[in-house]
Ligand binder design. Sequence first.
Ligand code: SF4
Length: 375
Amino acid sequence: MAGIYIHIPFCKQACHYCNFHFSTSLAMKNDFTAALLKEISLRADYLENELVETIYFGGGTPSLLAEGEILEILQSIREHFKIDAAAEITLEANPDDVDPPKLACWKNAGINRLSLGVQSFFGEDLLWMNRAHDEKQAVRSVLDAQSAGLDNISIDLIYGLPDMTDERWKKNTTTAVSLGVPHLSCYALTVEPKTALQKKIKLGKMPDIVQEDQARQFLEGIQWLEESGYQQYEISNFALRGKRSRHNSAYWQSGKYLGLGPSAHSFNGTTRQWNVAHNARYIRSLNQNELCFEIETLKPADRLNEYIMTSLRTMEGLDLQYVLRTFGPEKKNLLEKNASRYISADQMTGNDEKLILTRAGKLFADGISAALFFE
Ligand code: SF4
């Protein structure tokens, strides 16, 4: 079982908090699509003919692609890889790009899941984040997608903005729930290096985030969404029964995936590689029939650390028997020993089979994982 990720490196405008790879100039979009089609053919062997069960258009803003481009990319992927007839095929879309004709084309091309970059249902939050859509488009995009029969929808929401009250955060979650969206990804606002947000905070033009507010809103969000029937199956992800993201779940289970497009990462079980995060260099290299990436071979300790980090974020937790089978008894025993202080602190539950973070432990997931890492 394998997945394919396609990175579309263009956006209409730069959201203040974003540090993903993208360009706000669309001048290279046609050349990019041609290069991407070339990359698909050059990397046809990467997944060794394994069945591809998920395809994910991420970015950037994939909904900026013309409908014909999405169709062409998917056709090429189908020609070069073995795609499961029931594959989950997700397109990330921004609400301002969503309209009934586009939805019909996306559906026609084979898209069967949408991830909508809503972020907030409040106009002032969207302005603050420098999003390209407004609150009406946020709701409209969900309703239009549902009317088009694309109702396997995930929406992204951001909490912990400096002036976001708990009431406003609650209203965002209840609006998503009342719209009948089966999947939500909820992220705390983070101040990433070299973003407009970081600069504005440094210059005193925007207030800094308040960690305590974010922690409280994280816990409130879990409670409200669980009361509404959503399972927090991963720290930032909530789904109604049967509506988990299959693509992201495969990442968290160390599944193989091929990443296409500038900055995209690939993993085949033993090596990780990442494409150049530069649109012009990506295009130039593929024009010469050459791939442009860096690669590292993962040592057993790297693989184990990645497993610790991703598995502890999931509701199933870390499988100690898997660690025993894959990395040996010494690693399993040491992990259990090191985890005991988090169990005593009620940040984790554990037995011979599993280590699972409690709600309190989820607040410190990154720190706990890092403390359990092996050299
Ligand atoms: S639309 Fe998405 S990728 Fe583009 S700048 Fe905003 S957050 Fe970043």
